[in-house]
Design a protein around this ligand. Structure first.
Ligand SMILES: C[S@@+](CC[C@H](N)C(=O)[O-])C[C@H]1O[C@@H](n2cnc3c(N)ncnc32)[C@H](O)[C@@H]1O
Length: 274
């Protein structure tokens, strides 16, 4: 699959073309570019960093070693927000509350914390065309990629990007705080795939010694930045799911949903309204 993918990348063609033209020979220049790509892959560089692309939520996104490669399981985060926001729609605007009475028309405000490639913010901008979306990252290089992706999908006017620590400096009263934060512990580093350890940004993967450090700070900041009744939706790992549940004590409607492999993956919790 990798050699096929890198061949498509070298020739700028799709799979159908490869199979329709088995007679096609590589020019010496193509051959040398293909071999260079294969050599990179052999060295362990993820194919997405070689091709510069990854698909997420049906969108072709640019990726570079400055950002985490978007994973399919992160799409469960989008599904969760879509479900919560779409329960009631008032005046064409998605509303996270269940009834019209409880929820007068307003523009919903979303923050995507640790946006990386921008995948979550972009997918939500597509799904919720009336929402006001903010995306933060501590890494200037990641934000550059996210901005490029927003422009590529004509969504740059929909998302406000901020280089900051989690939610610092953002105006509060969000309806949703959404995040796929770093959640791997440095103590479990040797269990992390070598490709991830060697090539993906450390700040995107590791949260601190235990893995829960960024999430702990995020939950406390989200408590202050959400409006009453607003939702925190986070991607997590199975390793820390019980600790996350403990940290969400006092929140309402706490649920941790599994991914397709049955691993606890998406935590949601509602800020009490009272
Ligand atoms: C696991 S990656 C997620 C990227 C993207 N949202 C995704 O789902 O593919 C975590 C991101 O959080 C950013 N990050 C790490 N610590 C942060 C902090 N304290 N404040 C803001 N962003 C942070 C990293 O730079 C990285 O882009």
């Amino acid at each position: 699959m990798n050699s096929e993918l890198l061949l498509m990348f070298t020739l700028g063609c799709d799979r159908a073309y490869l199979y329709a033209h088995p007679e096609r020979e590589l020019t010496p220049e193509e051959q040398s570019r293909y071999e260079a790509a294969l050599a990179e892959r052999t060295r362990g560089v993820p194919a997405q960093y070689i091709t510069g692309h990854q698909e997420f939520w049906g969108m072709d996104l640019i990726v570079s070693p400055a950002v985490l490669i978007p994973r399919p399981e992160t799409e469960h985060v989008i599904e969760a927000v879509r479900e919560l926001a779409g329960v009631a729609r008032v005046g064409g605007q998605a509303c996270p509350e269940r009834s019209r009475r409880e929820c007068p028309p307003h523009t919903i405000r979303i923050a995507d914390v640790g946006t990386g490639s921008g995948c979550i913010a972009l997918a939500l901008a597509r799904e919720l065309p009336d929402a006001e979306i903010h995306a933060t990252d501590i890494s200037a290089a990641a934000l550059e990629v996210a901005r490029a992706n927003a422009a590529r999908h004509q969504l740059e006017s929909r998302i406000q990007f901020h280089q900051t620590d989690l939610l610092a400096g953002l105006k509060p009263d969000f309806d949703f705080i959404v995040s796929n934060p770093p959640y791997v512990g440095e103590s479990e580093e040797d269990q992390v795939q070598l490709e991830v350890r060697k090539f993906e940004p450390r700040v995107a993967v590791f949260a601190g010694p235990k893995g829960i450090e960024v999430i702990t700070r995020l939950i406390s900041q989200a408590q202050a930045a959400l409006r009453p009744g607003g939702w925190l939706v986070m991607e997590i790992s199975g390793t820390i799911s019980e600790e996350v549940r403990g940290l969400l004590d006092g929140w309402e409607e706490v649920r941790i949903a599994p991914d397709l492999q049955g691993i606890p993956r998406v935590a949601r919790a509602r800020k009490p309204r009272g």
